[in-house]
Design a protein around this ligand. Structure first.
Ligand code: SF4
Length: 284
């Protein structure tokens, strides 16, 4: 019988082409949505013709980053917890010619790295950042996250979460990112197209994906570790922007809006401005 890794190599030419085989099989739990998102990322990279020579992966800490950690066949840079944007800023400023695909989670980006996230948006850093939002701290065992819904029972909120969740897409739009979108892990085609658009847009592309975490969100919040139950919950708690037009404010409470929120490719960012600055001020 073949191992999962061998099966992956056989079944997924994108894995064969772009991921390090010694890092397979990956570490995600069965039924986790992270693999679906990585599949979209690889397809977007492939369809755009990016290569390991011109593209670098950067990740923070958490389930999002544990899966992508050192898997890309090109250069990978692993940042400390919450510091993905800080590290990506230095890398992009030093190598503006390279593409940077950055992976982060809702705990990594919205909590410990929240300040870096806001300022990366304000600076409109020219990278593509993918936020894996599972609504809970996954890797560390199911603690409440800034994205956990109101009432969520987690290992640190045994009587239910009393805080409102952080809408990180709204923050990215308000702070100045060039491209902002949110999808579900099941929106494969829309997500892949959005990734391609984001990678091609100058400035920060911030793409959030709502994904199923059966191991922690399912187990603690929904009292079911069945991935299908988490997918159903995500479906019931999300609406496209078109669907939202027909709903009242009350009906939209607790719902995630799905779609593209902003695309402003004309907005310049820190990388271009710094290059211009150097032309004027660099003496040697
Ligand atoms: S803990 Fe949740 S998010 Fe993390 S790998 Fe497992 S299912 Fe995925």
């Amino acid at each position: 019988m073949s191992t999962v890794g061998e099966t992956l190599n056989v079944l997924h030419p994108l894995v064969e082409k772009y991921l390090r085989k010694e890092r397979m099989p990956h570490m995600a739990c069965s039924g986790c949505g992270i693999g679906q998102v990585v599949h979209s990322v690889l397809l977007a990279i492939d369809e755009l013709g990016l290569t390991p020579k011109d593209t670098v992966w950067v990740q923070g800490v958490g389930c999002s980053s544990r899966i992508t950690y050192s898997t890309w066949v090109g250069d990978n840079v692993d940042a400390h917890h919450g510091r993905m944007f800080a590290v990506a800023t230095g890398l992009k400023m030093a190598r503006p010619d390279m593409n940077f695909i950055c992976f982060t989670g809702d705990g990594d980006c919205g909590a410990i790295g929240g300040n870096h996230f806001i300022h990366a948006c304000r600076r409109n850093l020219d990278v593509t950042a993918i936020l894996f939002n599972n609504g809970i701290y996954g890797m560390t065992g199911g603690q409440v996250a800034p994205t956990s819904p109101v009432g969520a029972v987690t290992t640190t909120t045994p009587y239910g979460n009393i805080e409102d969740p952080f809408d990180m897409c709204q923050m990215a739009v308000a702070a100045g990112a060039s491209y902002v979108a949110r999808w579900r892990s099941t929106d494969f085609k829309a997500l892949t197209n959005s990734l391609k658009k984001g990678i091609q847009t100058k400035g920060l592309a911030f793409i959030e994906v709502l994904l199923q975490c059966p191991t922690n969100f399912g187990r603690y919040v929904l009292k079911s570790s069945n991935p299908q139950d988490v997918l159903t919950w995500i479906k019931e708690h999300s609406v496209t922007q078109k669907e939202a037009e027909k709903l009242s404010k009350e009906e939209l409470t607790g719902k995630y809006l799905i779609g593209e929120f902003v695309h402003r490719p004309e907005r310049t960012g820190i990388v271009e401005r710094y290059q211009e600055f150097l032309k004027t001020h660099q003496k040697y």
